[in-house]
Design a protein around this ligand. Structure first.
Ligand SMILES: Cc1ncc(C[n+]2csc(CCOP(=O)(O)OP(=O)(O)O)c2C)c(N)n1
Ligand code: SF4
Length: 325
């Protein structure tokens, strides 16, 4: 048999977790000491981006805090699929708050840790976009304004998925949901990373499940700060977006490569780094595989709506300097 070099599974992708790779290119999942904070046995849909994002984010936070971590979780898919009573997939101290008060509950936990003389126990709050950009927004803004020592992670799948895909203030224009055929109106919606930056908090970042090393690095960076921090993670949802379950990572990558979702870091209100687009693509590449946008292509192509979405992506590219051009 002729000589064939061994080809490792996943080599060359941006989601490598393989422990046969050189140490510097491995993710935390390839580490024998990984915590598996969100363990097997949960009931997320196949290909759930939120499960993937949470697993990497919380494992990275566990590593960064020497396993001294407590998490508060808003109501939503992540909470529901991980803790159907009386079971749990969480391997960390974890509390289910109400839908809208996660930031306040996390603030209370951080204060309690301080009062108990355990300032090294760090606190994370996490929730979906509905729990973050809508119902929990007041508590979140208060947490920012008081600069409470909490890292808040929003897993943004752009709708209220757990209750059947209703529109949230993070739903993009033209996306079909169970309650709307047009998503948010063009020019409306809420850009929470930018609003978080306007609070002047120490650290704000965005990430996607297509670049897990980047997500882990941002969690680690966030844990180097004290005070309020915000991480907005773009997570695909095969059920709500209507794409194949093996396409979740690709959808997230396309969102970044088209400029639809800008990936950046900001410290004290100023952008300090951006993830450049590797190969710029038209937004159609991202829209077409998703059934929530199918009405833009059939029975007639809605050129105007597609052009407006392209304009939004182009604005992001210009605003965050996502290409070198
Ligand atoms: C006060 C309140 N209103 C409504 C609900 C019902 N509810 C539970 S989960 C959910 C949707 C969660 O959506 P999101 O925060 O976007 O998270 P996802 O499920 O998409 O991850 C809703 C509306 C609730 N539990 N509490
Ligand atoms: S509905 Fe979406 S967010 Fe919820 S578990 Fe399924 S894939 Fe994940």
């Amino acid at each position: 048999m002729p000589f064939q070099p061994v080809k490792y599974y996943q080599t060359g992708t941006f989601t490598v977790g393989n422990r046969l790779l050189p140490p510097e290119t491995r993710s935390v999942q390839a580490n024998m000491r990984r915590t598996n904070s969100l363990n097997s046995g949960h009931r997320a849909c196949q290909g759930c981006g939120e499960a993937l994002g949470a697993r990497y984010a919380i494992d990275a936070a566990m590593e960064a805090t020497n396993r001294q971590l407590v998490a508060a979780n808003a109501t939503g898919c992540l909470e529901v699929f991980s803790t159907p009573y009386p079971e749990t997939s969480w391997q960390i101290p974890w509390i289910h708050s109400l839908f809208g008060n996660t930031a306040a509950v996390a603030t209370g936990i951080a204060a309690a840790m301080k009062a108990k003389g355990k300032p090294d126990t760090r606190v994370i709050a996490q929730g979906g976009d509905g729990g973050t950009t809508d119902i929990g927004f007041g508590c979140l803004s208060g947490m920012f304004e008081r600069n409470d020592d909490v890292l808040y992670i929003c897993y943004d799948n752009e709708a209220y998925m757990n209750t059947g895909v209703q529109r949230s203030s993070a739903t993009p224009p033209a996306a079909r949901t169970a309650t709307t055929t047009t998503g948010n109106a063009f020019g409306q919606g809420k850009n929470v990373p930018v609003i978080a930056m306007a609070h002047g908090i120490p650290y704000v970042a965005t990430a996607t499940i297509a670049e897990l090393h980047d997500l882990e690095a941002k969690v680690r960076r966030a844990m180097q700060f004290r005070g309020a921090r915000y991480l907005h993670v773009f997570v695909s949802c095969p059920l709500g977006w209507g794409h194949a379950s093996d396409q979740s990572v690709r959808m997230a990558r396309l969102a970044k490569e088209t400029g639809i979702f800008p990936v950046f870091e900001a410290e004290h209100g100023e952008v300090v780094s951006v993830s450049k687009i590797r190969k710029r693509l038209p937004v159609e590449e991202y829209l077409k595989p998703q059934r929530r946008f199918a009405h833009l292509f059939s029975p007639h192509k809605n050129l105007e709506a597609i052009a407006r979405i392209q304009e939004m992506a182009d604005r992001n590219i210009k605003r965050y300097r996502l290409t070198d051009a």
